[in-house]
Design a protein around this ligand. Structure first.
Ligand code: AMP
Length: 376
């Protein structure tokens, strides 16, 4: 078993080969570690910048064993590893965050039950196995409501908005696998998130609360810090700490939340890994979310998650986003990041740009629009 803190040149195993793994691997390299990626993809964004890669699906026992043998600690940028796969990995090497944490975040019913059990508010919800369940739950929660798959949903995939009684049956038919979750519609004032790291000794470092703007269900902009009332901010930070503690987290966690019209904070979902809404930290903080991810799983000291600048992060999504790359490179003041993906399919996250402002000087919406004008 690994000795923590991991010494220089130790190998961090990361499950998943996407941009979150790529940026974690870059942070690990700066701390003197090597990364070994487990991914299905050849030429993945993470493997391009890593020491080694195992190309396999996420449940082949032979590959999982070879991967676990080659690394000192195992973490994730992709959470949907099978229960058996997680058990196999955990039997061989320390897995951080623990499999129990991943199991909660993989399943919306487990996640909401856990959150409510920890005293954390969510939108009202109901588990839906049959169309009759759905009709009864709509009676209780009202319309509009959002019907979601319990597993494997992200970026708005696997969900349907229910506006009228006629929407129920087609949405129930279309979404799979069952069971589904029905959520009351939250008429939110804004969406916010907090990224928090927690070490094995219980130390926690939370980044400032940020505001997230979506376009077609995909994150478009993150504004750091969120322009919210101090009491709302305090509630969001307290929720992130409470969730990290209740999970007994070792690693990094993103908590996505809605702020409703009354200023109440409701958790939408949690992700025990680096998060798109934390990309601004690479450029605006002495230690980014990726560095805190690696530090927390390697048992290194966790510095406070302070920011030296305010920031706006804009995603470059799909072919339209990739077409902005020359402008992103040429515009003074934009900090460009590209993920090394070939094939810009619609909705695919290809890269992002960050624009920094002096601390305390994040402008209003018009100022932000102006600051990103070079991409317009
Ligand atoms: P999710 O896949 O659960 O993160 O949802 C993607 C996006 O859909 C969220 O960021 C919200 O913009 C919207 N959304 C999801 N659930 C709800 C809800 N219960 N009420 C209102 N909007 C929602």
């Amino acid at each position: 078993m690994a000795n923590f803190p991991l010494p220089p040149n130790a190998t961090v195993g990361l499950v998943g080969g996407g941009q979150l793994g790529r940026m974690s691997a870059l942070a690990a390299a700066r701390l003197g570690y090597r990364c070994h990626i487990l991914t299905r993809e050849t030429d993945s964004p993470a493997a391009q910048v890593s020491h080694a890669v195992t190309i396999s699906d996420y449940h082949d026992p032979v590959s999982l064993r070879a991967f676990a043998n080659a690394v000192d600690v195992i973490s994730f940028e992709f959470e949907n590893v099978s229960a058996e796969g997680l058990d196999l990995l955990a039997a061989m090497k320390p897995v951080r965050p623990a499999p129990s944490v991943l199991r909660i975040s993989q399943d919306r019913v487990a996640e909401k039950s856990f959150l409510n059990g920890a005293g954390v508010a969510t939108a009202p919800w109901a588990e839906v196995h049959t169309l009759t369940d759905l009709e009864a739950s709509v009676q209780r929660l009202g319309l509009p409501a959002v019907l979601k798959t319990t597993r494997l949903g992200y970026d708005g995939k696997g969900q349907a908005m229910l506006r009228a009684p006629a929407d129920l049956a087609p949405a129930f038919e279309r979404l799979s696998p069952k069971p589904l979750v029905l959520e009351g519609f939250v008429d939110f004032a804004c969406e916010i998130s907090v990224v928090i790291a927690r070490g094995a000794d219980g130390t926690m470092s939370a980044f400032d609360t940020v505001e997230n703007r979506h376009s077609h269900h995909i994150l478009d902009l993150t504004l750091a810090p969120a322009r919210i009332a101090p009491a709302v901010d305090a509630a969001a930070q307290a929720i992130a700490r409470r969730v990290a503690e209740a999970l007994d987290l070792v690693g990094l966690l993103a908590v996505e939340m809605f702020v409703d019209a009354q200023g109440q904070v409701l958790v939408n979902e949690i992700a025990p890994r680096p998060h798109n809404s934390g990309h601004w930290t690479i450029d605006a903080c002495p230690a980014s979310q990726f560095e805190l991810h690696i530090r927390s799983i390697a048992g290194l000291p966790l510095p406070p998650a302070v920011r030296h600048s305010d920031a706006v992060m804009k995603n470059l999504i799909g072919p339209e986003g990739l077409a902005l790359w020359p402008k992103a490179l040429a515009a003074p003041g934009l900090i460009p990041h590209l993920y090394g993906k070939d094939g810009a399919t619609p909705g695919r996250k290809m890269g992002h740009v960050t624009r920094l402002f002096p601390r305390g000087a994040l402008p209003g919406d018009l100022g932000i629009e102006d600051a990103l004008r070079a991409l317009a």
